[in-house]
Ligand binder design. Sequence first.
Ligand code: ZN
Length: 422
Amino acid sequence: MIGYTINVSSQEKEFYLQAGLLYDSQENIMLENRVIHVIGNKIQSIEDPEKIPVDAEVIDLGEYTVLPGLIDAHTHVLFSQEPQDDFTEESIATLVLENPALRTLRGAKSVKSYLDVGITSIKDLGNSGLFLDVALRDAINEGTVDGPRIFASGPIIGAPGGQLYGVSHEHQDLVGLEYRIITSVADAKNAVREHVNQKVDIIKICADNLPNNTRLTVDEMKAIVETAHSYDLTVTAHSVTNQSAWEAATAGVDGIEHGFNLADSTLALMAQKNIYLVPTENSRAYMHSYYKLSGSNPEELTWLNRYFENSKNRLLRAIKNGVPIVAGSDNYTDIRIPRGASSRDMFRAYYEAGMKPLDILQAATFVSAKHLNKENEIGILKPGSFADIIAVKGDLENDFLNTLENLAFVMKNGKIYLEKSN
Ligand SMILES: [Zn+2]
């Protein structure tokens, strides 16, 4: 072809990022005086500043702290409800009144907001129709839509009824449009194979279905775990009751989501089996916005204090027992801020609950990636990892929340999405 050349250099753009401080997420420490050499979408090396070639393109982040892109391990980007909405009614309205294409396009609009707050990867754990999360992931990966890396679960695998309570028997088919309902051990294995066939990245199950009084059996969960592990997929379990968490841990799941009522004995079992906890806490500010918008006066909700005490107590006991903590938001209610900003609330919540700043960062980077078997690719800055890099201005250890919100630079997959000058 005459007059047509492929510009290889533009595909393999090369930068040196000079960091004031660099967060080493594996060691959980800050390093001084480092330079990140990026070629294309990967980190080539971490070097001393004197190694920068004279004619190199340098991005000067010398006044900033540079971190791996953050990870939210529990999102539902294809579902949204108003604070006053009932979850079942809104789920059914979404299934019946919203074309799946429209639902996906709305999700596509909201995911951009994750990059705006420095979250460059999310684990999207269901409530996404029939594999719309997989479609959105692929659209982002091919560059059709801007958004974080998505690790998609497809429909949550659960017992009859799923999480949609009060649906009459003749309309249970609707539940099957949002959840993969299984009825036996053989069906459990088949559900995982169906998910593998649709190319999911992680398996999400509902160990319990509260307020529906149905749950998976230990044998069903064991079958799911064995099948998923044979395809190198991890399994994470929604669990509200202590009993379902104990049974899921016994069955060999890799993670527990929420775990609001975990007994010390269950936490000890989780620690022994290296099962992570995604605590999905909400901050005081989030809960106050939520209840104001839903028409209640949060000051009058005395149970809120018990809720915060209970969450905090559970999180600190988990840490004390040696359970790995992975950061996840689980925010899907429209509290009049972009979804990414709403997800970022988890940092405030964990901080309010007493976690230390660097430990929170590690839970949203290295530990999160490790429990997805991706610790060489994301949540870390090292040779061979993806160039998912952010920078903030301030003092993360002593002024954590303000500094985290003072975001100056976002790069995902070698592409710059935010670059603020001083
Ligand atoms: Zn959730």
